[in-house]
Structures are given as C-alpha cells and as structure tokens.
Design a protein around this ligand. Structure first.
Ligand SMILES: NC(=O)c1ccc[n+]([C@@H]2O[C@H](COP(=O)([O-])OP(=O)(O)OC[C@H]3O[C@@H](n4cnc5c(N)ncnc54)[C@H](OP(=O)(O)O)[C@@H]3O)[C@@H](O)[C@H]2O)c1
Length: 319
C-alpha cells in the first residue's frame, strides 16, 4: 500500500463517471481576506496552490474578488482553469449576514440554492466580461452546514444535484456530524464527494467520521488544522519530522494530517505560501527515502489522536 502522503487524490463519489476531479493536498482558503482576496488568490495560484476554497457568504468571504484573483492568474499565463480546483459553498441563512445575501431568504430553499449557485457561477467565471458565465463551472459545491431539519438539508442537496455534472462537478457538505452524513449518503442521488470539518480534539479529530469517508471514497477537508492543535504541533512526531525533513513544525504537522489517508488541508496562509508548498514537496522527498521512519512517526501520530491504521482496502476514489 502506497503511503497516503504520496497518493494523488481524485473525487469520484459524486459523479461515479470516468471524468475524475483531481483535488490538491493544500487548498488555498479565502476566508477573512476581505478586500485583499483578489491579490492573495492571485499570489497563491502563482505560487503553486492548485485550488481555492471560497463561499457565497459575503460575511466571511469575497467570492467576487476570489474570481478576480483566478482571472488575473489565468490571464498571467501560468494557470489554466482546467488545472484548478475551484470550490465554493451554498451557505444557509443561519450563517449569513441578513443585510448582505446572495439570495432572497423569503424564497424556498431550492430557489435560494439556485440563486446562490447562479451568483457563484458569475463570480467565478474566467472572463472579465459576462460572456464567460455560460462556460463557468464549479469543481465542488459544498453545503456550508446542515440546515435545521434533515428535510431542509435534503431539499438543499437535491437542488444542488440539478447542477451536476455540467455546472458543478462534485458536491460536498461542511460542519456535519456523522449521523447526518450517513443519512445524506442514503438519500443522495449524487453522493457527497467531500466533507469539510474542523480537525480538533473536541470531536476526537473526527476519527469515526473520517473512517466513514475513507470507506465511501469521500475526501476529508480539514480546517482549524493549525489553530486548534498547538499541543500536536509540538508533539514528538511533529518535532521529529520537522527536524528530519528540514521543514517548519507547521508544515510537518500538515504532512502528518495528510498522512491519515483521504485528507486534504485548507490553508489560508498569507505569509507562508512558499514555505507550505515547498515544505510539502520536501517532506514527500524525505518520505520516499525514509519510508520506514515515516511509518513509525505516523504510528506515533495516530496513537496521539487515538486512531488505528487505515484499513488495507483503500476506499474507492482515493488513488
Ligand atoms: N467550512 C467552514 O465553516 C470553514 C470555517 C473556517 C475555515 N474554513 C476554510 O478553511 C480555510 C483555512 O482556515 P483555518 O481556520 O484552518 O486557518 P488558516 O486561515 O489557514 O490560518 C491558519 C494560520 O496558520 C498560519 N500558518 C500557515 N502556514 C504556516 C506556517 N508554515 N508557519 C506558521 N504559521 C502558518 C497562518 O499564518 P499567516 O497568515 O501569517 O501565514 C494563519 O494565521 C479558510 O480560509 C476557509 O477556506 C471553512
């Protein structure tokens, strides 16, 4: 079995089709960048980030400026849309600023979802003028959180499904519990391809949920990875890997999380872009030459978070 850190991940759970969406290990997170969003997205894509995570949630994200950053990077010639992973979200009313919304909250949930996605497709188009809207697509659309009832969550999900595969390639859900994810998996025609959740002690680092994800071929997207885990960043395996591979403890920690199999990291760095991207490559090279020691450190890391080694049979889609 190839070590998880060296595997390329593809999303297949949603489409089950021959066209697989590549998902990068580090996805650039656009939250809280405000009016610096376009510059930072442009810089991140030029630095080598292969994708972005944003949301149709003006309270925390400037999706319009994320689109501008993408267009600038493409116009610069170093980035092609087809090589980028572009992810955004439909945010239910509970997560929105009621005075600044991408939909009318008085309309039905399916109508809200349609309006939100239509607005996202416009924001994330690749041409400056509006001529590109008809060609615009989203690699992954994430339901930002379950809605107050499962019936509402299902209604939102089914509305998202209508856009797959032409305008949206894959669907996902964020801030979910395992019971809701299981229920969604049962009723969805287009299965969730990603789950985006916090990675922290309070949820036992989502061990059982991540196992479900691995079994179903769902990719787990981790956030709060650095901010919620100061004690793991100074723990023995992180320190060891940091010194052995010659990278910062933060990068070493990202790599241990990536080593859990079927995981990617949402990285919203403003000041460590190059360090994170180059550090990941450095650790991969170290792992190729020191696989036995890497597996030892992964075992220590799994023990720290109370996790057993991933099953020999990899989940489908995680290749
Ligand atoms: N679905 C949701 O509800 C939800 C919620 C929160 C976040 N998210 C997503 O997740 C993304 C990431 O958010 P996050 O909360 O995990 O945190 P984050 O924005 O990635 O911030 C992590 C912190 O880590 C620092 N950092 C990164 N690389 C570092 C390194 N090599 N050395 C030292 N420090 C380093 C950054 O500092 P510098 O900026 O100084 O580099 C930043 O202060 C967001 O942008 C968003 O896309 C989703």
């Amino acid at each position: 079995m190839e070590t998880a850190l060296l595997e390329k991940l593809f999303l297949t759970a949603s489409t089950q089709s021959a066209t697989r969406t590549f998902i990068p290990s580090l996805i650039y997170g656009c939250a809280w960048k405000k009016d610096r969003t376009a510059d930072l997205v442009h810089k991140a894509l030029n630095a080598g980030f292969g994708g972005i995570d944003v949301a149709a949630q003006p309270r925390h994200y400037r999706e319009d400026l994320a689109g501008e950053g993408i267009r600038r990077a493409i116009a610069g010639g170093r980035v092609k849309r087809e090589n980028l992973f572009v992810q955004t979200k439909y945010t239910p009313i509970s997560g929105q600023d009621p005075s600044n919304l991408p939909y009318d909250p008085k309309t039905s949930i399916p109508t809200q979802v349609h309006a939100s996605i239509t607005s996202s497709l416009k924001n994330l188009r690749t041409t400056e003028d509006l001529s590109g809207v008809n060609d615009s697509y989203i690699d992954c659309l994430v339901l930002h959180s379950p809605l107050p009832t499962f019936a509402e969550t299902k209604a939102a999900w089914l509305a998202c499904e209508e856009f797959v595969p032409n305008r949206i390639r894959n669907l996902g859900i964020s801030n979910t519990t395992l019971p809701i994810l299981r229920e969604l998996w049962e009723v969805a025609h287009i299965k969730p391809a990603v789950v985006q959740n916090r990675f922290h002690r309070e949820t036992s680092w989502e061990g059982p949920l991540r196992k479900f994800c691995r079994d179903k071929g769902i990719v787990f997207q981790s956030f709060w990875t650095l901010s919620a885990n100061p004690s793991l960043i100074t723990a023995r395996p992180t320190e060891f890997l940091s010194k052995a591979a010659g990278v910062s403890r933060e990068v070493a920690f990202y790599c241990l999380v990536l080593g859990l199999k079927g995981t990617v990291i949402l990285d919203g760095t403003q000041n460590h872009m190059q360090e994170d991207l180059e550090g990941l490559e450095k650790v991969k090279e170290w792992v190729k030459a020191n696989n036995y020691e890497w597996e030892n450190q992964m075992k220590l890391f799994r023990d720290l978070i109370g996790e057993r080694a991933p099953e020999e049979s990899a989940g489908k889609g995680l290749q």
